[in-house]
Design a protein around this ligand. Structure first.
Ligand SMILES: Nc1ncnc2c1ncn2[C@@H]1O[C@H](COP(=O)(O)OP(=O)(O)OP(=O)(O)O)[C@@H](O)[C@H]1O
Length: 294
């Protein structure tokens, strides 16, 4: 079953671009990454899904229900961590969390204590006295306290130190093992690579690619680095599937995706001093997709 199904979702802010014709789905039990640079449209997509803003056109369903028509019902089963959290500073953490829990018709007190312990959050402190990172932890507990079926995280790790990031990721993996579906937006590729099964890449309001992380990493591209006996012309490796070409004296480096025999044939025309064939990291592949669309 698809927990999230997005069909041709478009949101414009007056004349300004928000998102345009976004379509993808998130399956039950997946950790799905949503990556793109600042301003690409990640938050706009997420806010539209949560009916915090309304689509200009297109539609989406969560748990098979239209996100606009069934917003209040759907929200009970979603845990949402916005990219920025704002609170009434005067409240104590425990009172704020108690207030948040009152929206759900279940007793969340045990879970609040558990989560606060995992995230090393002092429930007795006033919000006012918390650092930015500790405020983020309040947001995390707030998002998870009702054991939601779907967790939507918008740039969740900003402000958390590396140890807390790790604890948070472990916590999410634990939730995921219990069957919780997770949509995770980020511009930090390494964390998407670490956490997610599949990923949608968004650029300038449009989806560039939806792919399994494993496919992105392993099957599609290889980085070729070669040292040649004599300098070669820049256009020598102008073949379909060759990108990110860099030539410096006797050193050539490029990404290749396609029939490996074709590139090997081309390589055999060059007198090689050395050759390395490596798996590129996600960062390189990601840049590659961006370049392709220019
Ligand atoms: N309230 C708004 N009014 C006008 N334009 C907006 C508004 N919110 C977002 N935009 C525009 O919509 C586009 C997408 O922004 P969005 O915040 O969704 O991107 P993002 O991928 O979440 O980026 P970031 O990582 O910086 O949060 C941007 O061009 C942005 O300037």
């Amino acid at each position: 079953m698809n927990v999230i199904e997005i069909k041709n979702l478009t949101k414009t802010y007056g004349k300004a671009r928000g998102i345009s014709n976004i379509s993808f789905h998130v399956e039950e039990g997946e950790i799905f990454g949503f990556i793109g640079p600042n301003g690409a449209g990640k938050s706009t997509t997420i806010r539209t899904l949560l009916s915090l803003i309304y689509p200009t056109s297109g539609s989406a369903t969560i748990f098979g229900k239209d996100t606009v028509k069934f917003a209040p019902e759907i929200k009970k089963e979603i845990g949402y961590l916005p990219s920025e959290v704002f609170y009434y500073d005067n409240m104590r953490v425990k009172d704020l969390l108690k207030y948040s829990a009152s929206f759900y018709k279940k007793d969340c007190s045990k879970r609040i204590k558990e989560l606060a312990e995992i995230m090393d959050l002092d429930l007795n402190k006033k919000i006012d006295d918390l650092s930015f990172g500790n405020k983020k932890k309040v947001g995390i507990v707030q998002g998870l306290l009702h054991n939601p079926k779907l967790i939507i995280l918008d740039e969740p790790t900003s402000g958390l130190d590396p140890l807390m990031q790790q604890k948070f990721f472990d916590l999410l993996k634990e939730e995921n093992k219990k069957g919780t579906t997770i949509l995770f937006s980020s511009h930090i590729l390494s964390e998407v690579q670490k956490m997610c099964d599949r990923v949608a890449i968004i650029k300038e309001g449009q989806i560039v690619k939806v792919e399994k992380i494993s496919t992105l990493k392993e099957n599609n591209h290889k980085r070729f680095k070669l040292e040649t006996k004599s300098p070669i012309e820049k256009g020598f490796f102008n073949l379909a599937g060759v990108t990110n070409m860099e030539v410096k004296d006797h050193h050539v480096s490029f990404l290749y995706s396609g029939n490996i025999n074709i590139i090997m044939k081309k390589l055999s025309e060059v007198e090689l001093m050395n050759l390395w064939i490596e798996e590129p990291d996600l960062e390189e592949i990601f840049m590659h997709y961006y370049e392709k669309e220019k």
